[in-house]
Design a protein around this ligand. Structure first.
Ligand code: DP6
Length: 394
């Protein structure tokens, strides 16, 4: 029967790691930020979310989400905002063309899986909401651009709006009270600067103590330093970062990346009571990057930290030996190295004993990845033709 038909669409979406951080909301309902931000999209070969959106008149009432095999609550304001925006756009298409099936009236069944273990300790909300929005937009055959979809994904999780694009991506804070100009755009394609690599040192897989959503609002409410950050530090960093990317100037990219991470964590320390995301292992990673850069006589590596202790170290492929060779020399026992990438690398830095010990004892795994592409539609479905959820084959 036609009414029992199951409609499906699948997409993958990437993780992104900011080099100019989003931290602070000026409107918590619409998820509008206090400052613009900029990130590098990471390769989906290493880290990605795969999501199938499906709908059918035969589904029981109410939208549902199955996340890594577990039912997940979609009654919260954020997923509801995404459902509402996407349905409204589909309903407009259906109103304009009555021959279209009335997908906007059917319950949605969303099934989503990450290809990285939760134990990787990486925030997956960016890839998760980007995939969620992209998959439903594909299902509804919306003619929306990635920037338009970023407006919707932003309401799911701020950083998710940047995962609608590959390469180097800015989220412009915008000015409008209704949020209509707070969206992402692509600063440069991944192919503009394809040599960009990222080495993630996983220092803790535990769920973070203070969530970014609540942490950033405590900072907005109590930190004096924060005002300086949003009015002066970030606008300058955005400008310098865009220039560094346009000119493929890694030294400038590295300095802004490290300074912006330091500035963000300084506002966390200036929050009252203070918030600490970095730990001794994180600080050892900073010391290690400094030693590597000192030995190279230039910036070959740049660290950055989100709302947790894991270090993300950006470097260029041509500096693999200087960066990875030295870190591998202390962390060779840890899981996650790509054999082909570390084979034959030599080390020329001898780290302080305390730095080496902290890294050895505190880093549980590494992830080697690179700049990558944006969401990709795929024929791999997590919902079978009859509507039953299935597991991913990869
Ligand atoms: C430190 O996007 O997780 O990673 O909008 O409340 O969902 P919500 O916050 P979220 O915050 C990310 C903060 C950050 C910096 C960044 O990614 O820019």
């Amino acid at each position: 029967m036609a009414s029992e038909k199951v409609y499906r669409a699948s997409t993958t979406a990437p993780v992104n790691i900011a080099v100019v951080k989003y931290w602070g909301k000026r409107d918590t309902k619409l998820n509008l930020p206090t400052n613009s931000s900029l990130s590098v999209t990471l390769s989906q070969a290493d880290l990605r979310t795969l999501t199938t959106a499906s709908c059918s008149a035969s589904y029981p009432e109410g939208d549902s989400l199955l996340l890594n095999g577990e039912p997940s609550d979609v009654s919260g304001a954020r997923p509801q905002a995404c459902f509402r925006e996407l349905r409204a756009r589909r309903a407009a298409l259906e109103a304009a063309d009555p021959s279209l099936p009335k997908l906007s009236t059917m319950p949605l069944r969303i099934v989503s899986e990450n290809n990285f273990p939760t134990a990787a300790g990486l925030a997956s909300s960016a890839a998760g909401f980007a995939a969620f929005v992209r998959a439903i937009a594909n299902l509804y055959e919306l003619p929306a651009s990635p920037s338009e979809l970023s407006l919707i994904a932003r309401q799911g999780s701020g950083s998710a709006c940047r995962s609608l694009f590959g390469g180097y991506v800015a989220w412009r804070m915008g000015e409008a009270a209704d949020g209509s100009d707070s969206m992402a755009d692509q600063v440069a394609e991944a192919s503009h600067w394809p040599e960009m690599r990222a080495l993630i040192l996983v220092a803790s897989a535990a769920k973070k103590g203070v969530s970014s959503t609540s942490g950033m609002q405590q900072t907005v409410a109590t930190s004096g330093l924060f005002k300086e950050r949003i009015t002066s530090v970030v606008p300058k960093n955005m400008e310098m970062m865009e220039k560094a990317i346009a000119e493929r100037d890694f030294a400038a990219f590295a300095e802004v990346t490290m300074r912006d991470s330091n500035s963000f964590h300084a506002t966390c320390a200036d929050t009252y009571p203070p918030i600490f995301y970095m730990n001794d292992v994180s600080r050892a990673a900073i010391r290690a990057v400094e030693a590597i850069n000192a030995a190279a006589g230039r910036s070959v590596a740049a660290y950055t930290f989100d709302a947790g202790p894991n270090a993300v170290i950006y470097y260029l492929e041509q500096d693999t030996e200087a960066v990875v060779g030295n870190l591998y020399s202390v962390l060779s026992e840890v899981d996650g190295w790509k054999a082909s990438a570390v084979e034959g690398l030599k080390a020329n830095v001898s780290f302080d004993e305390s730095v080496a010990d902290l890294l050895k004892n505190g880093v549980s795994r590494v992830i080697m990845t690179s700049v990558g592409e944006g969401p990709v539609a795929t024929q791999e479905y997590l919902v079978a033709e009859d509507g039953t959820p299935v597991k991913s084959s990869s």
